[in-house]
Design a protein around this ligand. Structure first.
Ligand code: KG4
Ligand code: ZN
Length: 341
């Protein structure tokens, strides 16, 4: 007999996207509604937490209604409600968490709190129906840079992490320095196509006692020093060359670390996730390295790389299947660690 389908209503509000989705059996996205606040925060050159929270409150009911309508489902059809409860901006997280608790109580639906990074990793399950743990996942976003061994659904071992800036943060800061504005990642990605990645040599940080860890602050400083040097000498800066050379330095480090992790773990699969994983150069460099090393490569479509609720529905499904249920005292945990419940 066919097992009953599990429908999850998922909510994500940890940063500057107000998002809701309906996901079937963890892998089939029936709807994925994202209200991006980027236009609002652009004015300030980055996410303003207070503005983010207020906008989430304004939009959350609407995105949930749209997600249900687009999926042609009603709240009563849902089996559970999943919500990001950390890490992220506390005020932003609280909006999603409070909403999910209210719906859970009113509709009598089980509540499943989801870790935001577990969501990013699980985005890979949506379009790769055959992907199953164990595998290595490189999570690169605006807030996180984690090299993770996914031993099983919901079972994670962090092999390496950033010591300072996250990869996306480095993209955003360098973009600001060369006058591209926020968010920097997509702009550097685009501008790099017109530049020479070998024009400027930027350093790649290696951390002696922790080969899987990352550090991007030295690279960011090197770019700033280069720009200042040009200015002092009265030289014009070729922004496309700076963007392409910076992007190459980030890409090389990410690829090297990911390859080393897959090889040393004895596993044969690599996935990437997070906003920076939508970068076209990083995607193709990772794909080429995987092909060369006979590693199976997985990456979500760009829409599932940046923040969305479908990924929370995917992660929420596996947590739900494991029996994870949260009570109505679930709180936002801004610095929630991966693997904690
Ligand atoms: O995953 P995400 O939406 O939010 C966090 O969880 O942080 O990631 C946002 C980050 C931003 O820093 C943005 O600049 C970066 O992802 N990003 C990119 C690209 N698209 C978004 N970075 C490089 N290349 C891109 N194409
Ligand atoms: Zn994210």
């Amino acid at each position: 007999m066919k097992e009953k389908d599990i429908l999850i209503l998922a909510i994500e509000s940890s940063c500057d996207e107000t998002a809701a989705a309906v996901v079937k059996n963890g892998r089939e996205v029936l709807s994925n509604i994202i209200f991006s606040q980027i236009e609002l925060h652009k004015l300030y050159g980055g996410v303003v937490p207070e503005i983010a929270s207020r906008k989430h409150i304004e939009k959350i009911n609407q995105v949930i209604e749209e997600a249900l309508a687009a999926a042609h489902k009603r709240l009563e059809d849902m089996d559970a409600i999943a919500v990001t409860y950390g890490p992220g901006l506390v005020g932003a997280l609280l909006v999603g968490v409070a909403e999910a608790k209210a719906i859970s109580y009113a509709a009598g639906l089980p509540l499943v709190g989801v870790h935001h990074i577990e969501g990013h990793i699980s985005a890979n399950y949506i379009e790769n129906k055959e992907l199953e743990p164990p595998f290595i996942c490189l999570v690169v976003s605006g807030g996180h840079t984690h090299l993770v061994k996914v031993s099983d659904y919901g079972e994670y071992e962090i092999l390496g992490r950033t010591r300072d800036d996250a990869a996306g943060e480095a993209f955003d800061k360098v973009a600001r320095a060369i006058g591209l504005g926020y968010p920097g990642g997509p702009k550097i990605d685009r501008l790099s196509k017109e530049g020479n990645p070998d024009a400027i040599h930027f350093p790649k940080a290696k951390i002696e006692d922790a080969p899987y860890d990352f550090s991007f602050s030295g690279l960011k400083s090197a770019v700033l020093n280069y720009l200042n040097g040009c200015k002092m000498r009265g030289e014009t800066v070729n922004e496309a060359d700076v963007a392409a050379s910076f992007q190459k330095a980030v890409t090389d480090v990410l690829v090297e670390h990911a390859m080393m992790a897959v090889k040393e773990s004895g596993l044969t699969k690599l996935a990437i996730a997070g906003g920076v994983a939508s970068n076209s150069t990083i995607r193709s460099a990772m794909e080429a390295a995987c092909e060369e090393n006979k590693i199976e490569f997985f990456r979500p479509s760009p829409i599932y790389c940046t923040d969305n609720a479908a990924m929370i529905g995917a992660a929420g499904f596996y947590e739900f299947q494991k029996g994870v249920r949260h009570d109505l005292d679930l709180n936002a945990v801004p610095n929630l660690r991966l693997g904690e419940r």
